[in-house]
Design a protein around this ligand. Structure first.
Ligand SMILES: Cc1cc2nc3c(=O)[nH]c(=O)nc-3n(C[C@H](O)[C@H](O)[C@H](O)COP(=O)(O)OP(=O)(O)OC[C@H]3O[C@@H](n4cnc5c(N)ncnc54)[C@H](O)[C@@H]3O)c2cc1C
Ligand SMILES: C[S@@+](CC[C@H](N)C(=O)[O-])C[C@H]1O[C@@H](n2cnc3c(N)ncnc32)[C@H](O)[C@@H]1O
Length: 637
């Protein structure tokens, strides 16, 4: 997906009855009231709330988030309904999001002030991403797709039960009602999906009809004018390709191998979707391998080309920030106060020009001078830097334990999985004595590079790289207030000490902590912060671990491909390749697991449960493990 800079809405609030969009010469809602329209056209027109009753999950897709009134009215109706569905998903596409200040103004007299306040507090930075905003403990999820509907029409993956078509008047806003949009509705519609809109324009009725909907005119509110209602009744529905299939029925139980960040986050995400999980690990305690350092960094990424890597890390960093903040509230040690990434190649004006070109907002990233970086860090910094306000550090092992404590997750330690086998519709795990450990219809391999061995996939898809961190005493004075990174990092863990490093070694299986690595880490820290009073090497402790990553530096997340199944006649995209039923991979998190694990976990949970996918289709392809079958063919195992 080609990203485009997001231009905020210009809103004219001079008419107290309805905000106006001067660039479209149209009102955001009728003067009779936004909530009244939401009730009469969008909720009632889609048979809500009755249709969501008794359902596990219900998905709505809206074209045009605007002021968010339809979302708020729907959320309020869901809350007021004692028979509501378990989980409500609301996907909404918006090219021109409001600024926070305009959002506050738009909801000054809201009929649902408490909900409006929560929406304002969660309002994301204006970047071309699918933003996930969770409310009511995650039972209500808003997926806000910022950007042009034409671009998002091919990217959203969901099974939608009800469509709210709420672009501006077709004559003034044709892009919201064109063939690409109607084709999207047909592609995403669940078998009994419905659509509603206040527009009775011919182009709307014809568009819906052409997309396979049966269209009906209905009387609008107060008998004023016709509105359009529609029900999806296609003559033929082509099957989704293997890499785009989403469960019709979520399994009741799943097994997860690996209790590091990848396994724990996926277990937590599955359990939140109602899928109970057992997490199996060879160690007696969770987070005993790569995820066991005392602290690690998380933050976004800016690259000259806003391609899959930069976009995935941005999406992951923004979602990760909200989930990590919640973990801190539950007592996981860490801070989300920002992070500096020093830049050695680009000058400050070149960095600022890059941000301007990509229109990345300051809430996500800022280019700061060495002087300002020093002010932020509280110590002398010699280079300009990217400042990520939503970045920080966290204790990964505590995060793993926190995720394993999610209701619905159980833990089975000291159990090595030697092999797995398909038994009927389930996967069975076996230990080294070939005793059955457990079985379930769904299995997630989150055991780093060993996942490839278990799934009988080429080991060459992932490489292992040793790394040692150095852990210094807390008594050192003059530590940076926020983490400072660039080819290494220095972070002060409150009163709990100083962590810095780390080394990078290929083909190195030495688990011992080495003085030579401490020397290397001390040199890295001195390069980052020349004035840092470094601890004496005799006071240092350390920890060695292995990062597991793929050559394109993107994780392996999604259903496991089946290299033995016959290839379809057309197999030039990962999504077209056959899969092993009920089997997922979440591995290859490389050196960015703290940033990416939570979003990867949500993708797997959505694929397994039928919830809308939290990533756009081209990023799903970018992390799809099947991409390696296309790129390298079937390498020797
Ligand atoms: C020195 C160092 C510094 C790092 N710093 C950062 C940082 O600052 N920020 C950041 O984001 N990331 C950092 N990382 C990377 C981060 O730690 C990883 O991305 C992340 O921990 C990977 O999590 P994981 O769950 O995939 O792997 P792991 O944590 O290794 O978990 C895999 C689990 O699978 C289990 N397992 C394997 N095989 C089997 C089997 N057959 N049966 C049962 N159990 C099995 C293992 O016991 C292990 O617990 C660093 C890594 C290192 C080494
Ligand atoms: C009538 S308003 C939506 C009102 C909204 N549903 C609410 O409840 O407040 C129409 C919205 O469509 C958005 N829009 C217009 N053209 C668009 C496009 N090409 N892609 C995505 N959104 C677009 C506008 O910015 C505007 O916010």
């Amino acid at each position: 997906m080609k990203t485009t800079p997001i231009v905020a809405a210009t809103v004219d609030f001079s008419d107290p009855a309805a905000a106006r969009a001067p660039s479209f010469d149209d009102l955001y809602h009728p003067r009779s009231g936004a909530f009244a329209q939401a009730q009469q056209v969008f909720l009632a027109g889609n048979g809500l709330p009755a249709r969501w009753r008794g359902r596990e999950r219900f998905t709505i897709l809206e074209t045009g988030f605007g002021l968010g009134n339809n979302f708020l009215a729907t959320w309020a109706a869901w809350r007021d309904d004692p028979a509501r569905c378990e989980r409500l998903f609301f996907v909404s596409i918006e090219k021109h999001p409001l600024t926070v200040a305009d959002l506050v103004r738009a909801h000054a007299g809201s009929p649902a002030p408490a909900l409006a306040r929560q929406l304002i507090d969660a309002w994301p930075p204006a970047t071309c991403n699918l933003h996930l905003l969770d409310f009511d403990g995650g039972r209500v999820r808003l997926l806000l797709a910022l950007g042009d509907v034409q671009a998002w029409a091919r990217e959203i993956v969901a099974r939608v039960d009800a469509f709210y078509l709420d672009g501006f008047t077709p004559a003034r806003c044709p892009a919201m009602w064109d063939r690409g949009v109607f084709r999207m509705l047909a592609r995403l519609a669940a078998p009994d999906a419905t659509a509603a809109t206040w527009s009775a324009a011919r182009i709307v009725r014809d568009g819906l009809q052409g997309a396979g909907f049966v269209v009906q005119a209905a009387q609008g509110s107060g008998g004023k004018r016709d509105i359009t209602l529609a029900r999806y009744a296609p003559r033929f529905t082509p099957p989704a390709p293997p890499g785009r299939r989403t469960a019709l029925q979520a399994p009741s139980h799943a097994l997860v191998v690996g209790a590091g960040l990848a396994g724990a986050t996926v277990a937590g995400a599955l359990a939140r979707q109602g899928i109970a999980c057992t997490v199996v690990d060879r160690h007696a305690e969770p987070a005993a391998e790569a995820s066991g350092n005392r602290a690690g960094l998380f933050h976004g990424t800016v690259l000259g080309h806003d391609g899959p890597h930069a976009r995935l890390l941005r999406a992951a960093a923004m979602f990760g920030e909200s989930t990590l903040r919640m973990a801190l509230v539950r007592g996981v040690p860490g801070r989300v106060d920002g992070l500096l990434r020093l830049h050695h190649q680009l000058s400050l004006p070149a960095m600022q020009a890059l941000l301007e070109r990509q229109a990345l907002p300051p809430r996500y990233v800022q280019a700061v001078s060495a002087e300002n970086a020093s002010r932020l860090a509280g110590v002398t910094v010699a280079q300009p830097a990217w400042f990520y306000p939503g970045g920080g550090w966290i204790d990964p092992a505590a995060l793993v334990r926190d995720a394993l404590a999610t209701p619905g997750v159980s833990w089975l330690g000291a159990t090595t999985v030697q092999r797995m086998a398909r038994h009927g519709d389930a996967w069975q795990l076996f230990d080294a004595d070939d005793r059955a450990i457990a079985e379930a219809p769904m299995l997630v391999l989150a055991n780093a590079d060993d996942a490839l061995r278990l799934a009988a996939l080429p080991r060459a898809w992932l490489q292992r790289q040793r790394g040692q961190v150095s852990d210094g005493p807390s008594a050192v004075a003059g530590l940076p207030r926020i983490p400072v990174a660039s080819g290494g990092y220095v972070l002060a863990m409150g009163g709990a000490g100083l962590l810095f490093g780390a080394t990078h070694q290929l083909d190195d299986d030495d688990a011992s902590v080495r003085d030579s690595d401490h020397h290397e880490n001390l040199a890295k820290a001195a390069r980052l912060l020349g004035d840092l009073p470094l601890p004496d090497i005799s006071t240092l402790r350390g920890r060695a671990g292995w990062r597991t990553g793929s050559a394109d530096r993107l994780p392996l997340v999604g259903t496991a491909p089946d290299p033995r199944a016959p290839r379809p006649s057309r197999a030039d995209a990962p999504r077209l390749l056959p899969r092993q039923p009920g089997l997922w991979l979440h591995c290859g998190l490389g050196s960015r697991g703290l940033t990416t694990a939570a979003l990867g976990a949500e993708l797997i949970a959505a694929q397994a449960s039928g919830a809308p996918w939290p990533l756009e289709a081209d990023l799903v392809d970018a992390v799809d493990p099947a991409r390696w079958l296309l790129r390298s063919g079937l390498a020797p195992m």
